[in-house]
Design a protein around this ligand. Structure first.
Ligand SMILES: C[S@@+](CC[C@H](N)C(=O)[O-])C[C@H]1O[C@@H](n2cnc3c(N)ncnc32)[C@H](O)[C@@H]1O
Length: 364
């Protein structure tokens, strides 16, 4: 079997007993958002019923924490991690009259591909343990590193568990390049945990209706349908089975769904992913959730969800997007926000950061 090697590659996953010992109390709920949509309670949630969860912290810590209770319980994992793009994504924050700048997230890596791959390797190793037997994982990336990620997935999941290499073709993004063709697609690699995975075929509208021969099964053989004069019959079809090239635009600032987060993905992309690989009531997780697109879609499609991000701006956007959506549809599905309340994080929470009204825009 072909394996990808990099300097200092190691499988650092601690033993499950150690994970239980050191990580079972690592995260605490600091906010429960219940049926009124804004009831804020600082509490530890010891209840046994399911509540959707948004984690603020490093996803490796979150994965260790969740391994205690949710091993093999997640039905669909989608991740849209940093792509090794060599850029740190900046944002401008406007709060009343004050405008300041911050980093939405880091993707520079000082050109150190080895540490980028090691970061993903450690997390993908745990994703495999978290995924249900019938589960699917969708890993979003682009030309910077997708060729390496596929080999990592082959190693961890097994090359036989490869399901699809989805091409997201975004036709509306300007891409300069004097000596390259304009780059207009991302890649979403799909792997399963067994042969018995959830997979809902989706039909999508055709660009133009098409005349198609009518066929029917006669004694186990597919035959053309003919009229009484022996002429083959046709029908007009307006939809088709969705294939692995998805033509969906990039989010544009003019869209009403736009949050200002630099690499916000289109909700239509997430709708397809979540519909394809899960059913109502299933548990969907995104451990690099950014502005929370996947979680909003999971909420709309009546899936349970877990989200995670390391940045307070992502947690701010995700929290408030979910609350706005719930207010719009008047359905306050409870969720909780959890973190490891360090001194810095306590200060942020105590300053009322998550309830503030500010607007975020991408800094060009
Ligand atoms: C490409 S963005 C995700 C965008 C998201 N799909 C959306 O639609 O808005 C990647 C996110 O991963 C987060 N991230 C990077 N490293 C992380 C880590 N170790 N733990 C948790 N989140 C991380 C970043 O803060 C950033 O918000």
């Amino acid at each position: 079997m072909v394996k990808l090697i990099w300097e200092n590659k190691k499988n650092n996953t601690p033993k499950l007993e150690d994970i239980k010992k050191f990580h079972s109390n690592f995260f605490k709920s600091f906010e429960h958002l219940t049926h009124t949509g804004n009831t804020r309670r600082r509490t530890t949630n010891n209840s046994t019923f399911w509540m959707n969860k948004l984690f603020w912290g490093d996803n490796l810590e979150v994965l260790y924490f969740l391994l205690n209770n949710l091993k093999e319980k997640i039905d669909l994992i989608y991740i849209d991690p940093p792509f090794f793009s060599g850029t740190n994504y900046q944002i401008k924050i406007k709060e009343n009259d004050k405008i300041y700048e911050s980093i939405a997230y880091y993707d520079h890596w000082n050109r150190d591909l080895d540490s980028y791959l090691q970061m993903l390797y450690e997390r993908i190793t745990i994703f495999k343990l978290m995924l249900a037997e019938t589960g699917l994982i969708f890993i979003h990336s682009d030309w910077h590193a997708n060729h390496y990620i596929r080999l990592i997935l082959d190693e961890i999941f097994g090359e036989k568990r490869f399901v699809n290499n989805i091409i997201w073709y975004y036709y509306n993004k300007y891409s300069a390049g004097k000596k390259t063709l304009p780059r207009a697609h991302d890649t979403i690699l799909v792997y399963s945990n067994s042969n018995n995975f959830t997979f809902n075929q989706i039909r999508i509208p055709r660009e133009k209706p098409r005349k198609q021969l009518m066929r029917e099964m006669v004694s186990g053989v597919l035959k053309n349908v003919k009229d009484k004069d022996g002429h083959v019959k046709y029908r007009i079809v307006t939809d088709k089975k969705m294939d692995d090239v998805w033509k969906i635009p990039c989010m544009q600032p003019a869209s009403k769904e736009w949050t200002g987060f630099p690499t916000q993905k289109h909700h239509k992309l997430l709708e397809r992913i979540i519909q394809l690989g899960s059913n109502e009531g299933d548990l969907v997780a995104d451990f690099f959730c950014g502005s929370g697109t996947s979680l909003i879609v999971a909420e709309k499609l009546k899936r349970r969800w877990i989200g995670c991000d390391i940045s307070e701006y992502s947690i701010y956007l995700t929290r408030n997007r979910i609350l706005d959506y719930q207010k719009r549809i008047q359905n306050y599905n409870p969720f909780e926000i959890l973190t490891n309340l360090s001194e810095t994080r306590s200060k942020i929470v105590d300053s009322g950061f998550f309830e503030k009204k500010f607007s975020i825009t991408r800094k060009k």
